[in-house]
Design a protein around this ligand. Sequence first.
Ligand code: PLP
Length: 460
Amino acid sequence: MPLTTPAPGPSSSARVAAAVRHAVGTGLLGEGRPVAGFIDTDGVRASVAALHDAFTDTPATVLHTFAAKAASLVPVLRLLADCGMGCEVASPGELRLALDAGFAPSTIVLDSPAKTRNEIRQALALGVALNADGLDEVRRIASLRPRSSVSVIGLRINPQVGGGSISAMSTATPTSKFGVALHDPGARESVVRAFSEHSWLTRLHAHVGSQGCSLDLIATGVAETYRLAEEINETLGARQVTSIDLGGGLPVNFEDDSVRPTFSAYVAALRAAAPGLFDGRYGLVTEFGRSLLAKNGFIGALVEYTKDAGSRRIALTHAGAQIATRTVFMPDSWPLRVGAFDAEGRPKDGPPLVQDIAGPCCFAGDVVAHARELPELREGDFVVLYDTGAYYFSTPWSYNSLPRPAVYGFSTTGAGSDSSGEETVRFAPVRDAQSLESIAEESGAGHADSLLGIGPHHTE
Ligand SMILES: *Cc1c(COP(=O)(O)O)cnc(C)c1O
């Protein structure tokens, strides 16, 4: 599969600046299109290449899958497939998107804590890998699995190594809903027994957590999983566990442009915690989402008005809780860098002024950045929310019946220069902005009269 690393080019913030300028110049951002998401395809290719490079020293066979929920957009998934990735999915919808994007079933992994019998049947028929979330699910799979199924089947464990700084993102706490809680009384024995009863159970899976979990915590959880694999194989006297799914969860630095921790630091931390993991006896699977996409995307939004309230300046923009939901509701856990751009899409400078960057939703808390020092914003300017390439475009919120914003991909490397000598940017559509027809339809417009036809005034 093609695995091209883009030529070293301008820094990611320089690419963002070029993209904003061209998006405003070509009308992708402006009065009629006041908010949109953008994905840097050169950056995505470079991040995937960095992930592959980090593992090249190991003799182990590695399948790198992308966690679909981080950017569940078919063209983005297809780009990742083209970079040689597989796909981690957790619902029938995500499975459908992965298949539409062209991932081979053998490169798809299905994780979800509530798989229905039908979902299990479908995955087994397709040959998609499944990680059972518990021993009850192992029993269900045993009863549904056709002998001819080529699906790799694993068991998710919770190594209970503790949480990170964001509790909602921590999956390895003692009471997490995910996996088999390994340190609970009798759990280890039950897991070993399940493997001895089912020779098709050949993989262990652990996803220790997402943003807020340190490299150390992830490495400790993976090392526990590795030790369990060794114990199962020793007890059974056979190499039944042949692969380990390491999950994802590498945290992302949202403070500046630098990528830290890197995928190489991740591999180094795992190697230190579990040296045998990389010696080639186990196949490895990764499931990164945020660390591949976050720094390769941004949101651009028009400043519709500014006002003063109390002694605070407020910029009212079109990017709020409908696209930056987590940031609005948990501002301390999910702070974002904001950039100020003028009406032509050029970076603004000027003395810093403390401003709130608010969104368009009708509730007072709809603020994406509180008391931020930025050059003074005015009507017609634009703001950029950096590092929003993961999760922000795939988890919109339809509050106030606001439309899902359009998403565009862009490349600066293939684009060349225009007559003024400035670098040009090429855009491609990823998702259209949601239309009013679509909003009406998902709001029940097709059933408009239905409530009039039941109840006391009902006439046959
Ligand atoms: C969400 C999730 C991931 C991806 O997490 P990131 O923090 O985006 O890397 C991987 N595996 C599982 C099982 C998940 O639920």
